[in-house]
Design a protein around this ligand. Structure first.
Ligand code: HEC
Length: 214
């Protein structure tokens, strides 16, 4: 009786061993995966090329990704492309055609002043004379431009230069959006270039500008 059980147990064990040995064979030489969905989530994931991991079963999914490179010429929602090229011709054209779309107001000048203090003062100086702290400490050569009443430069040219950069000044397009660039220009022209501005009847705030541009 006891022998009989031992015999059955031995036969069962042998079957398990043989089954285990033979079940390990995979055509592509990879080890079998227990619950493959644990490794490869069936949910769609960005930046995962499903064809790469599943091309055996789903060749049509080769190179299928949820997040794709946008087609050429795609622009972000709400973004208006800048129409002037980064060359002398674009500079001249911008100088003639571009006008500050933000009406003058004291609060805009204040916002421009704050932005100037964050992004420009280190080179252009607190009074726009090109004597910022970097120049003072001789980290940067003296600036060839001084923001004075006599400076003959249109606001369009200023915008163009801030957008693309000029000479040793780098582009500020990634740090400052268009409204911010125009606000700084309004500040420079009002405070350093003594340009007389007609105050708008109503003091416009940034929020109102954003609202009217929608
Ligand atoms: C790293 C130093 C540096 C910083 C920061 C800097 N500038 Fe300049 N900027 C210069 C130099 C140098 C020039 C002269 C470029 C030339 O004509 O070669 C210049 C020129 C200019 C001009 C004249 C452009 C023209 O067309 O002649 C304007 C306007 C101007 N900067 C505005 C700004 C504003 C606004 C900021 C802040 C958003 C700023 N700059 C930040 C260095 C700087």
């Amino acid at each position: 009786m006891k022998n009989k059980y031992i015999n059955i147990f031995a036969k069962l064990s042998l079957t398990v061993v043989v089954a285990t040995l033979f079940s390990c064979k995979e055509k592509n030489g990879l080890a079998p995966e227990y619950m493959p969905d644990m490794y490869r989530s069936p949910s769609i994931e960005p930046y995962v090329d499903y064809g790469e991991v599943r091309d055996k079963q789903h060749p049509e999914m080769k190179d299928v990704m949820t997040a794709r490179v946008p087609v050429n010429g795609t622009i972000p929602r709400g973004f208006t492309p800048y129409a002037y090229e980064n060359n002398a011709e674009g500079y001249e054209k911008a100088g003639i055609s571009l006008k500050n779309p933000i009406a003058y107001s004291e609060s805009i000048v204040k916002e421009g002043e704050a932005l100037y203090g964050m992004f420009c003062v280190q080179c252009h100086g607190a009074t726009g004379q090109g004597d910022g702290i970097l120049v003072e400490r001789e980290k940067f050569p003296p600036l060839p431009v001084k923001f004075n009443p006599g400076l003959a430069i249109s606001e369009g040219k200023m915008f163009h230069s801030i957008t693309y950069g000029k000479g040793l000044m780098g582009s500020h397009a990634s740090q400052l959006n268009k409204e911010e660039r125009w606000k700084i220009i309004q500040y420079i022209r009002t405070k350093f270039m003594n340009e007389s501005q007609t105050p708008t009847v109503q003091d416009t705030t940034s929020q109102e500008i954003v609202a009217t541009q929608k």
